[in-house]
Design a protein around this ligand. Sequence first.
Ligand code: PCA
Length: 204
Amino acid sequence: MARLLLSAFGPFGEHAVNASAEVARRLWEEGVEGCDLVKIELPTVRRESADLLLHAFDRVRPDVVVMLGIAAERDEITPERVAINVDDYAIPDNAGNQPVDEAVVAGAPAAYLATLPVKRIVAALADANIPSRVSNSAGTYLCNHVSYAMLHHIERSGAPCRAGFIHLPQMSEVVPEGAPSMPFAMLVVGVTIAIGAITGTAPR
Ligand code: PCA
């Protein structure tokens, strides 16, 4: 059994529903094969989000951390290759913070590579006909923020844990006709397959 910490974000900006939180809740309710799953929903607030996540990490001591969020302009599931030490928000977070060109962690390295098997995740999703690609930028907003903070924390603690961020499209059920999205059921299956590719239970 892999101990999995699964994080997701709640609503933010114009997104009254965040598909990542809905998917995480469904997986937590139904369970994921081969995983002892702990779920945490993070507020879309700069310091609070990472503080809560790192606190959960220290308590849970997971083997794997999968962080979820939405990238509403995308229509594919996109595991992120890298997290950068930059907070540069195009819109304020839910507490009104809008840092420009600031560090996530002052004095820390410029970037960390995710330690999830991003190519294996994409291959497993392709096998299931679920649109996916590796992304080389998680942006400079909250998703990159928590991803960087988590990878930095793991690096410093020396914990034997793999971690990374996966951006999801918004769920089709809540977007206007024609906007980029993916049906909720496909998102649930997709994230399940991604977790299987990480923990070794995927059928390939
Ligand atoms: N997406 C935002 C923050 C919360 C979310 O779900 C992002 O991509 O940074």
